[in-house]
Design a protein around this ligand. Structure first.
Ligand code: ATP
Length: 301
């Protein structure tokens, strides 16, 4: 069952077309990712969903309500943790949650109970009296997500939830997202990390230049665009590059000195690529990174 439907969604910032006539549908209780490089239009799509900015044309319907008419109601069903860390640095973990809970129609007793639940869920109980400045980057990010959940919204939006975090902190956020999904929350995230989308998202929209290039589960998209396997070759010189192109038939993607050959049968792919000499090579399973490279001719950054 779709909980969010976007149709012909378009956004101009003055004359700049940031989102170009996109359609999407997000199911209740799924983790949906908008994946793409910086400037692709992901944050703009998010902001239109949670009614931070208006659509220029088209419409988004959230739980039966149009963003053109029902901004207030929609805002109350969506929790948002944005890229900017806007926690109050002088306040403690507990105080940040408490102050935020005052914006909602929650009684003091309800707020306290909810905060205790969130501290426990996010494993921040021992840090409840620590000021934000003394938290690690990962803890700050968890606190932002906890805060977004203070009024128990049905939908949670996470804009670039792990950008700038070290691998251990990233893993913690991933575990949290997985846990929220298992509890039936609809989670929508934006990311430019392909492996994050692959790990977390049931379905994704691959966004580039304000358009959705591909849409579906990561495996579906990889299968449709690439197949199952990739042989990646590194050619140390232009001569070697040309030789490979002559030796291996069919379509080859090139990024710098690297060449990519796609196929479903790993063995056949291996044999095909072994015919090329003077290059290093290895066959591996295809990823969303390969999809992005094939569709745009560049790496996601
Ligand atoms: N408030 C604004 N005014 C004018 N242009 C904007 C504004 N916000 C974003 N843009 C432009 O719209 C385009 C899409 O930006 P957006 O922030 O949605 O991309 P993004 O995919 O979320 O990238 P990032 O991960 O860097 O935020 C970019 O060209 C950006 O410069």
């Amino acid at each position: 069952m779709a909980i969010i439907e976007g149709r012909g969604v378009t956004k101009y910032y003055n004359s700049l077309l940031a989102v170009d006539n996109v359609d999407f549908s997000i199911d209740e209780a799924e983790c949906f990712g908008f994946l793409g490089p910086n400037g692709a239009g992901k944050t703009t799509i998010m902001k239109m969903i949670y009614c931070r900015i208006p659509v220029t044309s088209g419409d988004i319907v959230v739980d039966g309500l149009s963003v053109r008419q029902s901004q207030r109601k929609i805002k109350s069903t969506i929790g948002v943790a944005t890229q900017e860390d806007d926690l109050d640095r002088d306040l403690t973990v507990y105080e940040n949650l408490w102050v935020y809970s005052r914006y909602f129609d929650l009684r003091a007793r309800e707020s306290k109970k909810r905060i205790d639940e969130l501290l426990s869920f996010f494993d921040l109980g021992k840090k409840r009296d620590t000021t934000v400045d003394d938290l690690s980057g990962g803890m700050k990010r968890k606190l932002s997500v906890a805060r977004a959940l203070i009024n128990d919204p049905r939908i949670l939006i996470l804009d670039e939830p792990t950008t700038g975090l070290d691998p251990a902190a990233r893993r913690q956020i991933w575990d949290t997202v997985i846990k929220l999904g298992s509890e039936g929350k609809t989670v929508i995230l934006t990311t430019h990390y392909m492996e994050e989308a692959q790990e977390l998202c049931d379905r994704i929209a691959l966004v580039f230049g304000g358009k959705i290039l591909e849409y579906g589960s990561p495996d579906e998209i990889i299968g449709r665009v690439i197949g199952t396997n990739v042989c990646e070759l590194y050619a140390p010189s232009d001569q070697a590059l040309n030789d490979v192109r002559k030796t291996i038939p069919g379509s080859i993607e090139q990024v710098g000195n690297r060449l990519f050959v796609y196929g479903n049968d790993a063995g056949a792919l291996q044999r095909q690529c072994e015919a090329a000499t003077g290059v290093s090579q290895h066959v591996r399973p295809a990823t969303l990174e390969d999809v992005f490279m094939k569709l745009t001719g560049r790496e996601v950054k």
